[in-house]
Design a protein around this ligand. Structure first.
Ligand code: BES
Ligand code: MN
Ligand code: ZN
Length: 511
């Protein structure tokens, strides 16, 4: 990953390939943001006028490259739009800074070293800019340029991301600023880990491959890992996970990752949907709906990455991560619409649609996670197309069996710059999953399909356990043009929310 440091060096004298400055959208044209005073001086105080003449407005995401005047060591100045200028005594909001830093890092793909002279008023601005730069610099190039890692650029492949970022104007000796940078580095690295897993093609990222990557990495960070393979899953009665994985040559896995801290008072369980490829199974998805279905393990990727982040940050809270991994394929051995599965909980499920597979693997994992009686369970899943219809492709839905917890998760997501919205679990929809043959069917009415799926999951949460469900089907995988710090492909959705939830739980700040 891109290296990042705080520096007290002056903008004018620092050696770098580019110098990034912020520009806000003022009522009368672009306004140079704080942090760029020395750069503006090198332009004789005319930087805003120069940008205006070039047509720059300071709009969010806008980037303008300028040749440096005499007096600056860096040959290029990159002005990045921060959006509307804040009121007199207000500062830029963190998400505006995060996105601007991300846009700048993307615009500098192919450069080696950049210095960022963005407004860094306090430690949270430092975190935001650092995160934005590290997330924006991300590129998934493992399969390009001849396939050799790092060989991409040499072989005429894509440009490499920024190797080095220096943040100017921070306080490298200040405890809070130091911690802010360290936190940003860990969080961004783990969001990028989730992105890598999501972007890895499904012929390489099978359930077994995911499980062994997770085991190896988790052990490096001192975590305990247990992997149940298909034999253990069959023996253990995990009918949901086995039923989904049955049609594939690549058998399922259930991975448990345990992080404990000696001073922890609370225990969180994170449960992730890890369908390494969702073809729909016998209820096969039509062409046009399966090209991006390698992303169907984004929930498991987010859970894995956030447990590792919590461990790297050494947070005083116990966190257990559960990865429910299976590949949903059609074949002679696949589960048929009409089959009845016996879940780990003992409940029977009539499978009416094999494409509603996420709830089956999660049902088993939720029951298993409940056995440890954690203080709260949060599951993360690319669960329904209905949630994408409801909230679009940048916002995840939050359902819960506890209003206060749902509100808390929503506020936390907001705080870290992840768009989300609370959704209900209307009890009346439960009966639409009544089955004449089994205890429940895996499908109900189409209208409100995201909520129906949530109600199905709720059946598998242990009595009295606080639970929230994040349906990230929209934001998990970005198909449009990159923006801010969001690349094309896997986004790492929900990692930042889970990490902040763990931080808040550790400090007892959750109520
Ligand atoms: N993995 C899909 C949901 C999905 C859709 C994720 C779009 C990302 C983008 C899930 O397994 C699925 O197929 N859900 C069905 C459920 C239906 C058959 C009840 C759906 O949403 O159509
Ligand atoms: Mn499906
Ligand atoms: Zn799926």
């Amino acid at each position: 990953m891109t290296a990042l440091t705080l520096s007290t060096a002056g903008a004018a004298t620092l050696r770098a390939d580019a110098l990034v400055v912020g520009v806000a959208k003022g009522p009368k044209g672009p306004v140079v943001a704080a942090g760029a005073e020395a750069v503006d001086k090198a332009y004789d105080g005319r930087l805003a006028a120069v940008l205006d003449a070039l047509g720059a407005t300071g709009a969010e995401g806008e980037t303008t490259k300028l040749p440096s005047p005499d007096g600056l060591k860096a040959p290029v100045v990159l002005a990045v739009g921060l959006g509307p200028a804040p009121d007199e005594d207000e500062s830029f909001d963190e998400e505006a800074l995060r996105r601007a830093a991300g846009s700048a890092a993307r615009a500098l793909h192919g450069s080696k070293k950049a210095a960022f002279a963005l407004p860094l008023e306090d430690a949270s601005a430092v975190t935001a800019v650092a995160e934005g730069a590290l997330l924006g610099a991300y590129a998934f190039t493992s399969y390009q340029g001849g396939g050799k890692k790092g060989a991409a650029a040499k072989n005429g492949g894509p440009k490499l991301p920024l190797a080095e970022v220096t943040l100017l104007g921070g306080k490298p000796r200040d405890k809070e600023h130091k911690a802010a940078v360290e936190r940003a580095i860990v969080v961004a690295a783990e969001v990028n880990t989730a992105r890598d897993l999501i972007n890895t093609p499904p012929n390489d990222l099978t359930p077994a491959a995911f499980a062994s990557i997770a085991s190896a990495t988790a052990k490096e960070h001192g975590l305990k890992v247990q992997v149940l393979d298909e034999k253990a899953l069959t023996k253990g009665g995990y009918g949901g996970i086995m039923g989904v994985g049955k049609g594939s040559e690549n058998p399922p896995r259930l991975v448990k990752i345990t992080y404990t801290h000696p001073e922890a008072e609370k225990h969180l369980a994170f449960v992730g949907k890890g369908i390494t490829y969702d073809s729909g199974g016998i209820s096969l998805k039509p062409a046009g709906h399966n090209e991006t279905m390698k992303c169907d393990m984004s929930g498991a990727a987010a859970v894995f990455a956030s447990v590792v982040a919590v461990a790297r940050l050494g947070l005083p809270v116990n966190v257990t991560g559960w990865l429910a991994l299976a590949e949903n394929m059609p074949s002679g051995s696949a589960t048929r619409p009409g089959d009845v599965l016996r879940m780990y909980s003992g409940k029977t499920v009539e499978v009416l649609n094999t494409d509603a597979e996420g709830r089956l693997v999660l049902g088993d994992a939720l029951t298993k996670a409940s056995e440890e009686n954690p203080d709260a369970i949060v599951d993360v899943a690319t669960l329904t197309g209905a949630m994408v219809l409801a909230l679009g492709d940048r916002t995840f839905g939050i359902m819960a069996n506890d209003d206060a917890f749902r509100t808390a998760v929503h506020e936390i997501a907001e705080e870290v710059g992840e768009q989300s919205w609370p959704m209900p679990l209307p009890a009346d929809l439960r009966k639409t999953m009544d089955s004449p043959t089994a205890d429940i069917a895996n499908m109900g009415v189409r209208m409100g399909g995201g909520l129906v799926a949530g109600l199905f999951l709720q059946e598998f949460v242990g009595e009295g356990i606080t639970w929230a469900h994040l349906d990230i089907a929209g934001p998990a995988f970005h198909e449009g043009a990159p923006y801010g710090y969001t690349p094309k492909g896997g986004t790492g959705s929900a990692v930042r929310t889970l990490v902040r939830l763990a931080e808040r739980t550790a400090t007892g700040d959750l109520g």
